[in-house]
Write a protein of this length. Sequence first.
Length: 739
Amino acid sequence: MRHVAFAFAAFVLTLSPVSADTLTFAPTKDVIAKEKFPSTNFGTDPNLQTSNQTGYRKVTFLQFTVSGIPAGATNLTAQLELRSQTTGTSRSVAVHGVSATGWSETGLTWSNRPALGSTLATVSSHTSGQDSVWAVTAHVTGNGTFALGLDSTFSGDTTFGSRESSTVPSLVINYTVAAPPTVSFSSADWNASEASSGPAALQVVSSAAAPAGGLVVHYAISGTAESNHNSHGAPDYILSPANATATTGSVTILAGATSATLTLTPIQDTNFEGNETAVFTITSDAAYNVGSLRKTQIVIADNETAPVPNPDHAVGDAGGWIVPVSGVFPNSECSGMAASRNYPGVAWYHRDGTQNTADPREKLYAIEVSNGTDNGQVIKTIDVLAPAGWSGTWKNNQWEDMAIDPDVPGTIWIGDIGNNANPPTRTDVALFKLTEPNPYGSATSVTPTAYYARYPGGVAANAEVLFIFEGLPHIMLKESNPRIYRSPTATLSTVKASPTILEYVGTLVNGGGNHSVGSLSFDRRRIVLATHNGMWVYASQSGLDPATTTLTPAQAKTYIQDLLCTRDPVWALKHNGGRPDPEAGNGSVEGGCFVGDGHDILFGSEARNVLYLPAWWYETQPSPMPSVPTGEVANNRLPLATLVGPGSGTTFSKAVTSAITLRALAADFDGTVASVQFYRQHSSASSRTSIGAGTLASGQYSATWNISAVATGVYTLSVDATDNAGGVDSHAYTITINP
């Protein structure tokens, strides 16, 4: 029997709250028809009038296009509001429904005016400067196009502002709508095993009973396990109901029910795969809100025996760098390496110092490190130019490490922090901050900003490890029981003569010395450290989660102290227990980083090789490897969306510009961007209207918005980026559209 452990959280059925909403619409056309001038059109007149004077009768016509009322809206009311320019208490003005909507504002006259329908409402009292209001609910019943006509039994003129005036008429729609139910998983963690036969039953629960026709809940699939939907030759599990694609699916909560079950049955195979995960994330939909338990993970335990390691590698606390990746660097020694957050599958590296004229080293190299056939191939070389205001010779002095800020994915830091003197003589270090280039673009150079720092008390030190946490650069010294320092501010000094004084964080509790690699995982819950012949992985157990919470500087310091200064590493592997290094031909490891959306590790060596260490290998090493700490779960990071065009605060004239191109950048740091959607919202509207999906070209997403027929005024433009796990990030700003 397959053993499956699962738990259900208590869930209370509640009624969906009801919210009231208002939509306001300006007329798409309004015009007076005058009996005195039967063939003349008055569509551009700034006034609207009614009159029953014999031979001089006047009738006003208006038309509105109503949209945005959601399905299921109830208690809908509609009222017409016109700003009066006349005062009187016995000026009876009636509003009628008009069935004809094909008339033109610039073509309607007294002779061809449409027929007035039944009377909807009558208002007799009007005050100049105030709105006169008629109830038109009987005629305006929802979304669509509606025409109205106004006439009068009063012999004199009653005057109102038209849409060509500063007091534009309005059609105001009020309605109520029940808020959609909230759906979530009943538990965050589940377990299954190939060694037993019982399926895992994942329960999706709703805060309210599903409506007639049922409630379809959509989800995204990720993780290391393969479903049986795709063409993978050895699937790991079967889903019921079956998933729609390899990465998406849905389950239906039947009408009147509050839950549905998604069944996962592990497949017994003969492949050693290590423990694998199937991660399900509820994705957004207009039919429901997503609760806090939007993600659940199933760990499928493997029951096959681990393969015998390479004879050159011992087991337990020994081992080695495994799975070498094809391809070599064009020049010697990979000194620093960092995985791109903006371009998944790409890693950047730079070389060590000791420049000579024939061998310039002020460069960044981009390599593709995923998708199989291109592993290890250099795809781009970028010249790093001298920073603005740089004095003296520009060269790679002691570039020892690089890091990408997890919170600002397009930002790369290079650490000029090395010192080969023994004992070290360097008290000041330089950090170069630059915007990540496009490895697939045409640019061939980048110019960084230089920052300067000094160890406290004038301490002289040599370091080869730099990482960025909560926006603060951290440096770990290259010594036994290495000390860790950080900048106390994210804004370091740009003046070499007055550097930022670094702050002591703590001393590494265990893991040797002579470190040349240090890198945080994408979720910042692990850090890998490496020397020339060993690797240590530390895992967070502090209870703080920087992937979901912005930490204060004090919390950030506590987090790093707990991660590195108070606990032993979780995994530790060394080259062959001190015997001759079986990877000597690959050279000592000098650069490295976590890659992908998990905890696989990539290393670069002095001998220009790229070495790949999958997480399943070091996580499944036999005793005395410590076990994974409680709470180590999958964690999706939200994508990044940035609206870059047409520009915040821009003003457009419809008479000059008929269409606007919206542009945005979008990237995902632990997966892929699934979709990009643009929206607009008039200042008088209560909800957004879709402009359309973004089309990707030259690294940017774009969509065209035809503004020729929209109302003038202030609009909020926004862009939503959705990643493959259903995470959404938005960015917005306002523009103005004039006639």
